[in-house]
Design a protein around this ligand. Structure first.
Ligand code: V55
Ligand code: FE
Length: 496
């Protein structure tokens, strides 16, 4: 490009992380191989892409304006579209033609002209529930998106029912009841300990909102739900209001800080919240699943010795060599019948992140999970994604017996989080789909794998005419659900 924009000198703006900022669409993409006929639906992806170079000297990809991508798949017919989420922040900066918002989750670094303007970027997970598509980010309310046109409908607060100022990007949906469980932290303001917890019924009605205080203000990125309980992991990555007001970092990781796991009945009262002690100084983001076995609660998650984000370690003065860090898929088990506040741990898989299961396996005993990993034996890491080192393998793990199979990529490839697509045949494990980026020619392709056999490699791949940005999270929505939701929307429009 002739008029190169200038970005901060960090991995967040280099390689595949170099901003693109183009909204585009294309129909009838060329497909190599055969996408099974029964795969009909849309793969939505959330990707951060800053529309303007930041004015702060250091910035993180986590602050990039949210874009929503959609692969519409009908067997071998694949279309793609990509649009910005028109958040208040995106629109204010679009009008000004420059960045107005400053550092990650610090409004005190913003241009005075946007004081009080919603600064969330809706860039983390496209959540589909009750016929609504929401682009989420944990520091604000979600934005509703039209799943057909990808137009932004507006900020979504469950019809005025949700009082929390924030909603997580990691909801849980019970595959039996189709209820959506959700929470928001910093629910009543910056660095607050307040957590809001809610359940929406299968039609999207908010059944209740309950509030509790976490032991401290922690980066509560994900949680888990079992058939009877809700589980909140509090890792010692903490916020401090004064530090933020002085223009400092929102988050510091505290190596001596206590990890807490809060467990309460999933329809229960925060008065019933029980706090268990986890490992000191630990950090975790994503939970694969949780389930009950009698009085035991098993929580399967990726845990690390310290915070995985370089900008958070830097702000904390933590000088850690990532290759020396302990990081595994672990099963933490809590005994609700015992009166101690301990837990036991078993390693159930190699290091990695972005864990997924089949939607039908959530909240209950399960056998199979999938996640991405960085296997150092496959070559040095490529610049890709929010921690600056791309994933180069995709793991299928049998959590009950340690069975392991991996798709290993070539040294120039990086993979984003996979989605799981269920099959009609209940004995077939379904498929995984994920975007694989190639640093050799800066190209992106969507690859389909047999979920049961990722090591066999793609059964089909779809080459894109332009490279994509590394994805945060994705969501698979079957075509029949999209059609039903489109009909319901048309009815609502006629009625109004
Ligand atoms: C994460 C991602 C975020 C964020 C906080 O993956 C944590 C973790 C894409 O935004 O704001
Ligand atoms: Fe996440």
């Amino acid at each position: 490009m002739s008029t190169a924009k200038t970005y901060p000198d960090s991995f967040d703006f280099q390689g595949f992380n170099e901003p693109i900022g183009i909204e585009w669409s294309v129909a009838n993409l060329p497909v190599e191989g055969t996408i099974p006929d029964e795969i009909k639906g849309s793969f939505f992806r959330a990707v951060p892409d800053p529309a303007h170079p930041p004015f702060v000297k250091e910035d993180t990809m986590l602050s990039g304006d949210g874009m929503i991508g959609r692969f519409r798949i009908d067997g071998n017919q694949v279309d793609f579209a990509l649009r910005y989420v028109e958040t208040d922040r995106y629109l204010a900066e679009k009008t000004a033609r420059r960045a107005l918002f400053g550092a990650y989750r610090n409004p005190y670094t913003d241009d005075p002209s946007v004081k009080g303007v919603d600064r969330t970027v809706a860039n983390t997970t496209p959540v589909w529930h009750a016929g609504r598509l929401l682009m989420t980010k944990e520091d604000g309310l979600p934005y509703e998106i039209d799943p057909e046109t990808l137009e932004t409908i507006g900020r979504y607060d469950f019809g005025g029912k949700l009082r929390s100022e924030t909603m997580t990007a990691h909801v849980r949906i019970d595959p039996g009841t189709q209820e959506m469980f959700l929470f928001g932290y910093e629910a009543d303001g910056l660095a607050s300990r307040a957590v809001s917890y809610s359940v929406a019924d299968k039609d999207g009605n908010l059944l209740f909102e309950k509030w509790f205080d976490a032991p401290y203000c922690s980066m509560l990125h994900d949680f888990a739900v079992t058939e009877r309980f809700a589980v909140f992991p509090i890792f010692p990555t903490t916020a401090d209001r004064e530090r933020i007001e002085q223009g400092g970092a929102h988050w510091i990781h505290e190596p001596e800080g206590q990890t807490w796991i809060g467990i309460m009945p999933r329809y229960g009262d925060p008065a019933d919240l029980r706090w268990f002690k986890g490992p000191v100084g630990a950090s975790g983001f994503h939970i694969m699943n949780a389930f009950e076995e009698g009085d035991l609660i098993h929580l399967d998650l990726n845990v690390m010795d310290t915070n995985v984000f370089p900008f958070i370690r830097a702000a904390s003065g933590i000088d850690a060599d990532m290759s020396q860090m302990r990081a595994s898929l672990v099963r933490w088990t809590f005994d609700m019948a015992a009166d101690d506040d301990g837990y036991s741990e078993r390693v159930i898989g190699p290091p990695g992140d972005m864990p997924r299961t089949a939607a039908k396996d959530q909240c209950r005993p399960y056998q199979v999970g999938y996640y991405a990993t960085l296997d150092p034996s496959l070559g040095p890491p490529n610049i890709h994604g929010v921690v600056g080192a791309g994933f180069n393998a995709l793991i299928r793990v049998e959590v009950g017996n340690g069975g392991l199979e991996a798709l290993q990529l070539s040294p120039t490839q990086s993979i984003s989080e996979p989605i799981h697509i269920p099959a009609q045949d209940p004995d077939h494990e379904g498929w995984l789909a994920a975007v694989i980026d190639d640093h050799a020619d800066m190209s992106s392709r969507l690859c389909f794998l047999e979920a049961e056999h990722p090591a066999r490699g793609p059964i089909a791949s779809v080459l894109l005419p332009l490279r994509l940005r590394p994805q945060i999270h994705g969501w698979w929505v079957p075509e029949d659900e999209l059609e039903a939701a489109a009909k319901a929307r048309a009815h609502r429009t006629e009625a109004s």
